[in-house]
Design a protein around this ligand. Structure first.
Ligand code: BV8
Length: 328
């Protein structure tokens, strides 16, 4: 049965609200759609960040090794966009829910920093994929990491040109080929052109102008995000495991449990503004469901409301409108 159609009626707000009130252990798994109304492009949607910028080929260690300047331009642009964005009512509503429900945990896929800026209690939000505002040494054995680096740009060579004219000014000042090509590339990134377009010169920002590690000196600093093919941060994974493994202090007297401690049930999982295509993040909703959770999907696109089951909810629309509405 296609549950999507059965869960568009407003009466589900009533049943959801009743369940939310009874719920203690709640997990939220937000994606880029949570920040869409803050003006940050999503990855796969229309006009999406990745569709245009071929970002899946940029968000990898290999891309950074082969063209660190290009990858830094992409992330410098996203740092710039995120710093100029503001948390929207959905970010604030999740932070408020965390204050009301101490066993509520947000597992955010977003690296834009908007949930922390909305005052989401830090111990109740896990940044699965790191943050645009952490930078770390590309050499893992060095271990240098700098958190909450909001410098924009992080180095002068990564300044985002305000517009074409300022770009023309800058390239007039230094007409060398590398700068002109880099400016053309930045313009393409900003315009959302597909940077794999061969007609756009492949510039390289000189390695010397990129941020270097202050500890080991020789290596570059890289964005503190999790790239494809990289493990999620160990501390984050173990915190999440601890949450799901938390046992119920009352030994279960039911037959078959012989008084063993069972992991606590999860009551509700909120899947907000995500295409649920990236793992392991996308797997947490089914993990919550396997522990008893009912699932509520909030998305503008019904086709991304995956695996809905009896008892779930699907609320179609903008997270910035719906999330504050259903959590109040
Ligand atoms: C891992 C940070 C294991 C960077 C991101 C080969 C090797 C290893 C792993 C793999 C492999 N092949 C595949 C994998 C698994 C891989 C993966 O899942 N690939 C996918 C593409 C199939 N995962 C990994 O690599 C992960 N690591 O598995 O390590 C391992 C084991 C051993 C050794 C080594 C490794 C790491 C994945 C992390 C990647 N980094 N982000 C950056 O941001 O640049 S992922 C990035 O993409 C985001 O963080 C997010 O997770 C994802 C984007 O998804 P969404 O957020 O959902 O955004 P999207 O645009 O897709 O959807 C938006 C949704 O919102 C839509 O549904 C839309 O309808 C909706 N919407 C739009 N507007 C609104 C809205 N909804 C509501 N309101 C609105 N206004």
């Amino acid at each position: 049965m296609d549950y999507r159609s059965a869960f568009l009626s407003p009466s589900d707000l009533e049943s959801f609200t009743a369940h939310l009130q009874r719920s203690q252990r709640i997990v939220a798994v937000p994606g880029a759609g949570l920040s869409a109304s803050s003006g940050l492009p999503t990855f796969r949607g229309a006009g999406g960040l990745w569709r245009n910028y071929n970002a899946t080929s940029l968000a990898t260690p290999g891309a950074f090794r082969s063209d660190p300047g290009l990858v830094w331009m992409f992330y410098s642009y996203r740092r710039h966009m995120s710093l100029n964005a503001k948390p929207n009512p959905a970010h604030y509503a999740l932070a408020e829910l965390a204050r009301r429900k101490p066993e509520f945990l947000t597992l955010s896929q977003n690296v834009d920093g908007l949930s922390p800026r909305a005052g989401h209690p830090a111990d109740q939000v896990k940044l699965l994929h790191g943050s645009l505002f952490d930078v770390k040494c590309e050499d893992e054995s060095c271990g240098y990491i700098r958190r909450d680096d909001f410098d924009d740009p992080i180095v002068p060579a990564l300044a985002i040109p305000a517009d074409e004219s300022s770009m023309a000014e800058q390239s007039k000042a230094r007409p060398d080929q590398a700068l002109q090509a880099a400016m053309a590339r930045k313009a393409a990134l900003i315009k959302g052109l597909d940077i794999s377009d061969a007609s756009i010169p492949i510039p390289t920002i000189p390695r010397s102008s990129l941020p270097h590690c202050p500890k080991c000196k020789t290596s570059l600093l890289r964005p503190g995000v999790v790239w494809f093919g990289e493990m999620l941060p160990e501390a984050v994974l173990s915190d999440i495991d601890a949450y799901f493994d938390e046992v119920d202090p009352k030994p279960q007297a039911e037959a078959g449990n012989k008084g063993h401690m069972q992991p606590k049930k999860v009551d509700l999982c909120l899947v907000i503004g995500t295409s649920s295509q990236v793992y392991p993040a996308a797997g947490y909703a089914s993990q919550a469901r396997s522990m008893g959770a009912r699932v509520a999907v909030i998305n503008t696109d019904p086709s991304d409301a995956r695996d809905l089951q009896e008892g779930d909810w699907f609320f179609k629309g903008d997270a910035a409108d719906i999330v504050p509405e259903i959590l109040k």
